[in-house]
Write a protein that binds this ligand. Sequence first.
Ligand code: UD1
Ligand code: UDP
Length: 352
Amino acid sequence: MSVLTVVGARPQFVKAAAVSRQLRGRLEETVVHTGQHYDRELSAVFFEELDLEEPDHHLGVGSASHAVQTAEVMVGLERIIEEERPEVVLVYGDTNSTLAGAMAAAKREPAIAHVEAGLRSGDTSMPEEVNRICTDHCADRLYAPSRDAVANLEREGIGAGVVESGDVMYDTLLSVRDGLADVSIDGIDVPEEFVLATVHRAGNTDDPERLVGIVDGLSRLPKPVILPAHPRTVEALEREGLRERANEGIDLVEPQGYLPFLRLVAEADCVATDSGGVQKEAFYLETPCVTLRDTTEWVETIEAGWNVLVGADADRIVDAVGAAGDPPAKPDLYGGGTAAARIVDDLERLVA
Ligand code: UD1
Ligand code: UDP
C-alpha cells in the first residue's frame, strides 16, 4: 500500500518524523512538501535534525491569503494524487496544508487519514479550528491524541474510523530527549534562569492590542526572556512600531532548530507561548507553561495543573509567570510514546 504524506509547516515536520520512521520498511511512503513554510529555519533545519528524507514532491506554494494558499496546495496535490495513485493521503494537525490535503483527496479515490484528529479549542475565529473541523469531517481514519479528542469527535457524530493513538509529537521528542543536554545553542547568551517565549498565532500578531499586551507582559517579567521569533511576529512588531519596545525587555532571536529549541524548553524556568505544540513539549519536559491565549485544544495540560491560560493581558502574564513552579505530580497524558506505531498498525489493517 502506498501512503502520500502531506507536510508544509514547521510542526508538521516534527509530527511526520515519528510516523515516517515507523512507515519505513512497512508501507511505501511518498512525501509532498507544500512549501507553506520555506525559510531554512522553519523547514530545512527539521529535515536535517530529524533525519527526514527529502520530499518526493515540492509544491512551493509559499505565503498567501488563506484561500489562495489552500487552493494552490489543492491544485498541486490533485495532480500528484493522479500521478501517484496512493491508497491513503496522510495529513497532520491543523494548518492550511492539512485542510488542502484533505479536500484534494476527499473527491478522489484515496482514503484520508488525519493525525491529531478531534482537537477543539471551541474558538472558530481561529483558522486552525476551521481547518481541524473540516479535515475531521472529511477523514476516513482519525488518529486522536487523547480521550478528550475522541469525545469531541463523538459529539460531532464521528465514531467510525476513530483511533485513540496518543501524541506523535511525544514519540519524536522521546527519540531526541536523552541527547538534549549536549545540544549546542548558537548565538544566544542563555542565562541561568530565564523564561522562554514564542508568539505566532494570528489572533495575537494581527491584533495590535493583544500584541502590545504580550510585549508589555513579557518585558515586565523579572527574569530574562528569550523569544525565538517567527517571521510573522517580527513583521507584526515592525508594522506596529513595537520592535524597539520589545527589544528593551526581551531577547528576540531567530527561530531555533528543533533540538536547541527543546533544550531551551527543558532548561527554562517557565514557558510562555501561544503555540499548540510547545504547550505539550513544556509538559513533557516538565517546565510549567503559561499560554498566551484564551482557549487551548490541549485542555488536559490545564486540568493537570501544568499550564494556565492568561490571554494577552500584561498583568495576568506577569502574575502567572511569577506563580509558575512546582506543579503537581505529572500524569501520563497523550500516550506513552507509541502513537506512530499505533497509527501505522492501523494503516496496515486498513488495506489488509
Ligand atoms: C502556520 C499555521 C499555524 C501553525 C504555524 C506553525 C495556518 C493557517 N497557520 O501559521 O496553524 O501554528 O504555521 O508555525 O496554516 N513566513 C516567512 N517564512 C516562511 C513562512 C512564513 O517569512 O517560511 C511569513 C510570511 O510573511 C507569511 C507569514 O509568515 O505571510 C505567515 O505564514 P503562514 O504559513 O501563512 O502562517 P503561520 O503564521 O506560519
Ligand atoms: N519550534 C522550533 N523552534 C522554534 C519554535 C518552535 O523548533 O523556534 C518547534 C517546537 O519544538 C514544536 C513546533 O516547532 O515542535 C511547534 O511549532 P509552532 O509553534 O510553530 O506551531 P503550532 O504547534 O502552534 O502549530
